[in-house]
Write a protein that binds this ligand. Structure first.
Ligand SMILES: [Zn+2]
Ligand SMILES: [Zn+2]
Length: 455
């Protein structure tokens, strides 16, 4: 006779299932909590275990994992998990933990017995799901372009803060959301980074395109929290008619798709990235030049821990360079090199060439948005943290002859008054150097228009 171990804290459920299974010819052993149940399972390996997800002393996820790790049990024992709630994420987590099936209470007798029969005679397949995938592509043709092709180019800041969101009275003017910019150019909506600023942007887009589907592209600079954390709250991703193309580069570890979906795994978030209804594609680029519709995009590696990309978006109305997290090389190298090599010609020449590479990348850009998290005094105690200071950023912008400079990635400790002073200092520094480059601080809600060139 086949044995089933039935573990459920709820007496009524236990008695009902025990009766059905006994009538169906099973030897039924019952337990009220997970720990006792697990002990029974290990001492008398059964053909089948039916356990609830939420049990005292050892929950259903733990129990499944333990059974699947046990060499005596892992192939022999089938596992059915029961749950009162039926949340999709709980069901997926149960199957990830090793359950063969997950049944939502109240359980119907016939359906339950059919499932038991199928499972224990090998008629059913496992509810396994692939949890991550690289380079997921759209599975349907794209939507028509979201915007008229001949509109002027618009840039709007939705999140300008680095590191961590910083709401509160001291940051109302510049804003507390983390990195997110919206660029509308040549028929495309391109989003730069998915920090918490992407949440209000998503709400705005959903309102604007009410009833009309659209595609957008999100360029990810890197996967530090302040650049991806808003994505699970991006409203257009929850409309199945929309297309969301996420573009980035391989990071130091896992693929981009798996890194992005890992922040949505339980226990961090209630639904998984794979459950998002929009047509999502995740593309890891290999080439440093590519196209988004008619817009050509260039990418370059920045100096930041892990791996961080800067982007230059070349549109029909001019170019926008976005270097969200970057520590210019020269002072960094000077301070971090060993004493013997710090002042060596080779070391300084190497650092100069690296900064020149950035200067070439941003050369002549109409707009430069660049990491200037610190002022020069603060930077002295933050060398090697992966961020720049106003003075170095101004020097880079002047060398590259950019037309408009926006200080970005504001430090969470900087209040509005401090950020005002940074812009003022940047402007004074430009004047001291005999130039007229406008220096501003990026501010949430600020919109810049690049007009269409006159023919
Ligand atoms: Zn950052
Ligand atoms: Zn970062």
């Amino acid at each position: 006779m086949k044995t089933v171990i039935l573990i459920d804290e709820d007496l009524a459920s236990r008695e009902a299932m025990a009766g059905w299974l006994t009538d169906a010819g099973w030897r039924v052993v019952v337990a009220e909590d997970g720990e006792v149940g697990l002990d029974l399972i290990q001492r008398h390996p059964p053909e089948l275990v039916v356990c609830d997800l939420l049990m005292p002393r050892c929950n259903g996820f733990q129990l499944c994992r333990t059974v699947r790790k046990d060499p005596q049990l892992k192939d022999k024992t089938k596992l059915i998990v029961t749950t009162a709630s039926g949340y999709m994420t709980d069901r997926l987590n149960a199957t990830d933990a090793g359950a063969n099936e997950c049944v939502v209470k109240p359980i119907q007798r016939l359906e339950f017995l059919r499932l038991v029969q199928a499972l224990t005679t090998g008629e059913t397949t496992l509810l396994t799901r692939k949890s991550t995938q690289d380079n997921i592509r759209f599975d349907r043709p794209p939507n028509v372009p979201a915007l008229p092709l001949d509109d002027p180019v618009r840039l709007r800041f939705w999140g300008v803060r680095g590191s961590i969101p910083t709401p509160g009275p001291a940051t109302v003017r510049y804003g507390g959301n983390t990195s997110c910019l919206e660029v509308r150019a040549d028929g495309e909506i391109i989003i730069l980074d998915a920090g918490t600023g992407i949440a209000p942007l998503g709400a705005h887009l959903a309102q604007e395109f009410k009833g009309r589907s659209f595609d957008i592209s999100i360029l990810i600079s890197h996967t530090h929290w302040d650049h991806i954390q808003g994505f699970p709250f991006f409203e257009p991703a929850y409309n199945p008619a929309n297309g969301v193309r996420i573009i980035g580069f391989k990071g130091a570890r896992e693929g981009l798709a798996s890194t992005l979906s890992s922040q949505m795994e339980s226990p961090f978030f209630p639904i998984r990235m794979q459950q998002i209804p929009a047509n999502i594609s995740v593309e890891e680029m290999r080439d440093l030049k590519f196209k988004i519709g008619a817009v050509s995009v260039e990418a370059t590696y920045l100096n930041h821990p892990g791996l961080c990309m800067g982007y230059r978006i070349n549109t029909s109305c001019g170019s926008i360079a976005y270097l969200p997290d970057n520590e210019p090389y020269q002072r960094f190298k000077y301070h971090t090199a060993s004493p013997e090599t710090a002042n060596s010609v080779e070391s300084l020449e190497y650092a100069r060439r690296q900064d020149q590479r950035i200067v070439d990348f941003i050369q002549g850009a109409d707009i430069l948005v660049i990491d200037s998290q610190y002022d020069a005094t603060e930077y002295q105690t933050r060398i090697g943290w992966g961020h720049g200071c106003v003075d170095d950023v101004v020097a880079l912008a002047l060398s590259a002859k950019v037309k408009r400079l926006f200080l970005f990635h504001h430090d969470p400790r900087h209040n509005d008054d401090f950020i005002d002073k940074m812009a003022e200092w940047g402007s004074n520094f430009v004047t001291m150097l005999g130039d007229t480059l406008p220096v501003e601080c990026a501010r949430e809600g600020l919109e810049i228009i690049l007009p269409r060139p006159q023919p």
